[in-house]
Design a protein around this ligand. Structure first.
Ligand SMILES: NC(=O)c1ccc[n+]([C@@H]2O[C@H](COP(=O)([O-])OP(=O)(O)OC[C@H]3O[C@@H](n4cnc5c(N)ncnc54)[C@H](O)[C@@H]3O)[C@@H](O)[C@H]2O)c1
Length: 344
């Protein structure tokens, strides 16, 4: 019998990257798999807990996001993710920073603690990217990104992985500096794409096949008359679309409607809570489309509105893959909780 020693593996962000943290094709597949597993009832996830304190705005918080993923993953865990919108300008730090803990369901002991910041951004992009596989026009060639922050880097990475024929990227932010910085970085990564920067959402959105908003706004930015037929829209941030954008859409989906409505901030959630749309008018969840229970895009003219809220099970799923790779590559630092437990 092995000792009663308890150890877990610690992985820094650099080590997460060495184990495939920036491999968007892998993350897309893992996120698609976990959305499918959830639809089949093989995951478990309580509501996200949001820790707030005095004078917090809606974007200042630390969220606890636990989840268990069954299937071959068979792992429980939690992402603990803080958010401070002024971090980039005030401290040169990302808005969001996360630690993820993975637990062995056999003993419930922690097996790995790793940077969750990068995985969180990658899996958030991947949810929109999996949506693009099923809900965007296959011939989509242009993308409007509203918000030139961390999330839209991975949103773009995921869309380009799902739809490699994208040619034209428009980037909008209130801050022209952030737009420039964003485009400078992405031009080096994607030399064949054409980029346009703007501080006017209309310039980015009009004529775009795909619209992704990942901002910290508390007021709607996108107007319905700018949205073209056939568009696929992903509302990653908060209240970013006027209600008519949702009313104009043929299909309105989420990754998890209960969580979207529980969090209250995204456009479709507000509409449900204000009685502007009824729950029965919501088309369904992406997992149902992945599992073939409902069709995704059915023609080139329908506008499809997607409201991804993000789930702890997505972080656990991707983190488990990174952990497995780290074990086979011998990467990471083992830390000891105890050599012998004090009490049993
Ligand atoms: N749905 C999910 O799964 C998920 C996951 C992670 C983050 N998010 C959300 O995504 C959003 C962006 O996160 P981030 O980490 O990229 O933040 P970030 O702070 O790095 O970037 C946000 C950008 O939005 C810009 N912005 C704010 N208001 C705007 C407006 N009216 N018009 C244009 N640009 C505006 C800001 O200037 C900033 O550059 C946040 O609201 C966050 O909560 C969602």
């Amino acid at each position: 019998m092995d000792s009663k020693k308890a150890q877990f593996l610690y992985l820094s962000q650099k080590e997460v990257i060495e184990c495939g943290g920036l491999d968007m094709a892998m993350v897309l597949d893992k996120v698609e798999e976990v959305l499918s597993l959830r639809d089949k009832g093989e995951t478990s996830m309580p509501d996200k807990i949001s820790l707030k304190w005095k004078d917090c705005d809606i974007n200042t918080r630390i969220n606890a996001m636990p989840g268990y993923v069954g299937g071959n993953c068979n792992t429980g865990g939690i992402k603990w993710i803080g958010s401070k919108p002024e971090n980039p300008s005030k401290h040169g730090l990302p808005r969001a920073s996360a630690l993820t803990i993975l637990n062995d369901p056999e003993t419930a002991l922690p097996i790995c603690i790793l940077d969750g910041t990068l995985i969180s951004a990658m899996r958030t992009g991947a949810v929109t990217g999996v949506g693009a596989r099923y809900l965007a026009r296959k011939d989509s060639s242009s993308v409007a990104l509203i918000g030139a922050g961390t999330q839209n880097h991975t949103q773009l990475k995921a869309i380009l992985t799902a739809l490699p024929d994208i040619k034209d990227v428009r980037v909008c932010d209130l801050s022209s500096d952030r737009v420039e910085e964003f485009i400078r970085y992405e031009k080096c990564e994607n030399t064949k794409l054409s980029f346009k920067g703007t501080t006017e959402a209309r310039d980015a959105v009009e004529g775009a096949d795909i619209i992704v908003s990942a901002t910290t706004t508390v007021k709607p930015i996108v107007k319905s008359e700018w949205v073209k037929d056939g568009a696929y829209i992903s509302n990653v941030g908060n209240y970013e679309y006027e209600y008519d954008v949702v009313r104009k859409s043929s299909k309105v989906l989420a990754d998890n409607w209960q969580a979207v409505i529980h969090r209250e901030h995204q456009t479709a959630a507000r509409m449900v809570l204000n009685g502007e749309i009824q729950k029965q008018d919501l088309y369904g969840e992406l997992g149902e489309v992945i599992n073939g229970k409902k069709p995704g895009r059915e023609n080139n003219s329908e506008i499809i509105f997607f409201s991804p809220i993000g789930m702890g099970i997505e972080d656990v799923m991707v983190a488990r893959e990174i952990y497995d790779r780290s074990i086979s590559k011998g990467i990471g630092t083992w830390l000891t909780l105890w050599d012998e437990p004090y009490w049993i």
